[in-house]
Structures are given as C-alpha cells and as structure tokens.
Design a protein around this ligand. Structure first.
Ligand code: ZN
Length: 246
C-alpha cells in the first residue's frame, strides 16, 4: 500500500492511499505519455509529473507522489542479493507446510538454487520488500505433501533499488581557474591586480551518477547540472520500470 499525495496545477493537495496495482497502472500510462516524467525515490516511492495543456502559454503541472505506507528500511547488499535471486525466478516460493522429513524447509524461500532462511524470509515479507501470493498444494520431493505461496519482489523494493542505482551527485562549480587549465588559450581572464589576475570563473559543475553511465559538466552552474541529473534519473527510472513491467 502506498501513501498518495496529488498536487494539482493550482497548488491544491489531496492525500489518500493507493494499492500497488493502482500505482502500476498509473506508471504504465505515464510511460506511454511523453508529457509525463517518472522518478523513483530511495525510500521505495515514485513521483509522476504530468504536464497538462489547457490552451495556456505554459503547461500546467500535476504531481502524483507515492511512498510506501510501511517504510522499507535500508536495503543492504545481502538483502539485495536475495531480492535479485527472487526477482529473476517466477517460481520463487515460500514453503508454509511440509511433512516431518522436510520440516526445516517451512518458512524458507526457494528461488531455484537460492534459498533464504526462515528468519530472513519473514523480515523481507514484513518490511514490504516481497509480496506473497495465495497458498497452493505442491510436493517436497515428488510425493510428500507440501504447501507453498509464490513470492515476488514488491514494486516499492524495485523502485528503491532503481533509485539506489541512479543516485546522482552534483559538485560545486570549479570556481577561479587558470584559463589554460580548462583548455583556453589567449588573453582570457580577469585583468585586475591581485591573486585572481589572469584567472577565469568556471561555473561548470560536475555531476555524475552511481550507475557510472552518466556524467555531465553543467555549463551554467549547479542548478543546470542538477536539472540534467534529474532528467537522467527520470529516464533511467522510465527504462527500468518499463523493463520489469514487460
Ligand atoms: Zn544513472
């Protein structure tokens, strides 16, 4: 379940709750609409911004923000391994009942060769990182009865991982530099006596992403770099969400 905050173009705010299925359907619609942007948050939420044209000169903005009702907590490298094993196996399941010979498997999650011990499995479910399906009958070894529930990685967990993969950093402008240090030649630079004589103010702000695939030198200072970084996070979120909704 998600906490929903809708901010209309006129600034009015409405709040409520939304199911995972509802957020998924909004994401699907947003991905097919070029007037929409989506951005995952590191807490497992998502912000969908839609520009609505109503004949005015500039579009009106409607912002839909969703955050999981239950905080996911920190996703450690270990938890992430469990989630990626479970996420890559549609048959991943939790064993709920088994005969005496297989009682140690009760409470465990199996995802192919990957297994998650009962205590860790319970935490993944309680924290809202996994969604558990209905119970169904199966067998432990081909003939001993067992009951299972399918498990899958929650939307909130996926969003938190996308945001973690695309954490961006924007540094301060380089400041006063010698023209030659930024590849400029000739007589550029301040013509004043003192320490800054002959120097230039370099407004370019470096910005980069944890994914390693994106970096930018904002020609127009940190605001420009931050705007570009946000655009990168939005396009990375859209691509990653489209990949798992497929
Ligand atoms: Zn990135």
């Amino acid at each position: 379940m998600f906490q929903e905050t809708i901010t209309a173009a006129d600034g009015t705010v409405e709040t409520g709750t939304a199911s995972e299925a509802h957020v998924v359907s909004l994401l699907r619609r947003a991905l097919g609409n070029r007037r929409c942007t989506v951005e995952a948050t590191c807490t497992g939420g998502v912000v969908i911004v839609r520009e609505v044209w109503d004949g005015g000169v500039i579009p009106k903005r409607r912002t839909l923000a969703f955050e999981p009702v239950t905080p996911l907590g920190n996703i450690t490298a270990r938890v992430r391994e469990d989630l990626s094993a479970i996420g890559s196996r549609p048959s991943a399941h939790l064993v709920t009942k088994a005969e005496a010979e297989f009682r140690t498997s009760v409470g465990r999650i199996s995802a192919g060769m990957w297994g998650v011990a009962p205590a860790a499995s319970r935490k993944l479910v309680d924290r809202g990182l996994l969604v558990v399906g209905e119970e169904f009958a199966a067998t432990s070894n081909g003939y001993l009865a067992e009951t299972r529930r399918l498990v899958r990685v929650s939307l909130a967990a996926r969003l938190a991982m996308i945001a973690a993969d695309h954490r961006t950093r924007t540094g301060a402008p380089a400041g006063y530099v010698r023209p030659a240090d930024i590849g400029m030649t000739g007589s550029a630079g301040l013509c004043k006596p003192g320490k800054r004589s002959g120097m230039l103010y370099d407004r370019r702000s470096p910005s980069s992403c944890a994914c390693g695939d994106w970096s930018f030198h904002g020609a127009d200072g940190p605001d420009d770099a931050r705007r570009k970084a946000r655009e990168h996070r939005q396009s990375a979120t859209a691509a990653a969400v489209a990949a798992f909704l497929d």
